[in-house]
Design a protein around this ligand. Structure first.
Ligand code: FRU
Length: 493
């Protein structure tokens, strides 16, 4: 069904209660609802927002359009958790109800200061002739979880040199000053990150665009960098963003839009220089990952949550009145200039029935009949590998299977979704690959009703994707063209 502009920008107040209750019913009765991922009760979810730890809880918000599985006028929806696993539904956090956010309360971040959670976000507005004017806005959440928006925006429109694609503020505190980095498109259509400085979080002065120094492919940077984030790990700077408009190159940049990071010397906000030591690297090698956001938690961990979806791509659940979900939280670390991502250990509380299998495979495929769960966590190590290929097929049955394997001849990891079941689109292909040449392989899967997240070798690589497989297709098969010793454990979730 096509949605007109009027329908996408309709006020929730103007929609009948019957419409909402019928939509809610359709969603809850439909297939593919997730069991342990944050998902919308109706409509469309996109970016995680305001990920933070405040008043003894993790707070997470997300971009939400309530009325259907399309990008319409966006809200912030609020969930909170004590353990990063069980998320309490706190309802709508911010509605598009002021003249500075009339066409969407767009993405932004949370920043804790003086016992308050400061929310910085982009107010998206359109004039009568549909010209976009972005505002960078601020709201405060207190310990009662009530949010109060400022009467006036902090930053009006974009400075000279940028288009109206100017959004997604992230606040960084350094040596007693505050910096606000913003995702931008320059007037010559290059992706950029602009930044402002403030002494008090209120009065913001434009500085410049972050100047990237070093080894960068300036011809393939894309036209717009969404959702920037910056943090330091192991004395290095990590600049994370989601560029739009990069051309695919070999196995890289296969999705409609990308999401990745640059690693370098700590960003020098005085000069705006970011000396890069590692080229742009995609954060996730799968089909469905975008607009991630990080926060530092009280234990000092850098945690990341992403959108398990992408803009401009249909979702199988559109027919059932909702679209997309968030990834599980991941803990970040930096090793040899590479960002590693591991599922947070808190997720272990989800573990139910546990089954472990050991096997030696020699040019064979073995179905593990004791692995019967549909929703599960699975860890498998492949050692003493010889030959050309080792891997696993899961969500397998007579008609479907999803494959993940190490192609040793090509030195690649391969994720094959071509036979996974229903798909909304194959426009962006059905295979994802990345370079890999380790001696041993460890895969760590989190399989929910309609998604899989595969962490490889302690988080060196991650593949994230939606899969829509038949209810009785739950077999797991290991295979080796050559040899491998495999130890595998499945925990039902
Ligand atoms: C990224 C994004 C952001 C924007 C938000 C609107 O997916 O386009 O740049 O703030 O979504 O929903």
């Amino acid at each position: 069904m096509e949605w007109s502009r009027e329908e996408r920008y309709k006020r929730v107040e103007d929609v009948s209660e019957t419409y909402i209750s019928e939509l809610t019913k359709k969603v809850s009765e439909g297939p593919y609802r997730q069991k342990f991922h944050v998902q919308p009760k109706t409509g469309l979810l996109n970016d995680p927002n305001g990920f933070s730890y405040y008043n003894g809880q993790y707070h997470l918000f997300y971009q939400w359009f309530p009325l259907g599985p399309v990008h319409g006028v966006k809200f912030w929806y609020h969930v909170a958790s004590d353990n990063l696993v069980d998320w309490q539904d706190l309802g709508v956090a911010m509605e598009p109800d002021t003249k500075y956010d009339s066409h969407g309360v767009f993405s932004g971040t949370g920043f804790v200061k003086n016992d308050q959670l400061h929310l910085f976000y982009t107010g998206n507005t359109r004039t009568e002739d549909w010209t976009r004017i972005p505002y960078q806005c601020h709201a405060i959440m207190g310990s009662d979880n009530q949010i109060k928006k400022d009467a006036k925006p902090l930053i009006i429109d974009s400075p000279i040199g940028y288009t109206d694609n100017f959004r997604d503020p992230k606040i960084i505190e350094q040596a007693g000053r505050y910096y606000c980095i913003i995702g931008a498109e320059t007037t010559d259509h290059q992706g950029a990150i602009a930044y402002y400085v403030s002494e008090d979080l209120k009065d913001w002065k434009y500085q410049q665009a972050v100047k990237l120094k070093g080894n960068i492919d300036s011809k393939n940077q894309g036209f717009m960098w969404e959702c920037p984030d910056y943090f330091e790990l192991a004395d290095q700077g990590v600049l994370l963003f989601s560029p739009q408009g990069m051309e695919s190159k070999g196995d890289k940049y296969q999705n409609i839009y990308q999401s990745g990071c640059l690693v370098g010397e700590p960003l020098d906000f005085a000069t705006g220089e970011f000396q890069i030591t590692e080229m742009f690297n995609e954060l996730d090698r799968g089909f469905d990952f975008y607009a991630p956001q990080t926060m530092t938690d009280p234990q000092g961990r850098q945690l990341l949550v992403g959108w398990l979806g992408l803009p401009g791509v249909d979702c199988v659940t559109d027919d059932f009145g909702w679209a997309h979900c968030l990834t599980i939280p991941r803990e970040l670390s930096l090793r040899n200039g590479k960002l590693y991502q591991k599922p947070v250990p808190e997720l272990e509380v989800l573990r139910g029935k546990e089954v472990t299998k050991e096997m030696k495979l020699e040019n064979e495929m073995v179905i593990v009949s004791d692995f019967t769960a549909r929703i599960y966590e699975l860890k498998a190590t492949f050692t003493k590998i010889k030959g050309s290929r080792v891997g696993v097929a899961f969500r397998m049955g007579a008609e479907e299977a999803t494959y993940f394997y190490y192609d040793r001849s090509a030195k690649k990891l391969v994720f094959d979704r071509s036979q996974s079941g229903i798909s909304a689109t194959n426009d962006y292909g059905t295979l994802r690959k990345c370079d890999f040449s380790e001696e041993e392989l460890e895969i760590h899967l989190f399989v929910d009703e309609s998604s899989v997240e595969i962490f490889v070798n302690d988080g060196l690589e991650v593949f994230t994707a939606r899969i829509y497989s038949k209810l009785d297709h739950n077999q797991i098969q290991f295979f080796a063209d050559g040899q491998a010793f495999i130890t595998a454990t499945q925990w039902e979730i």
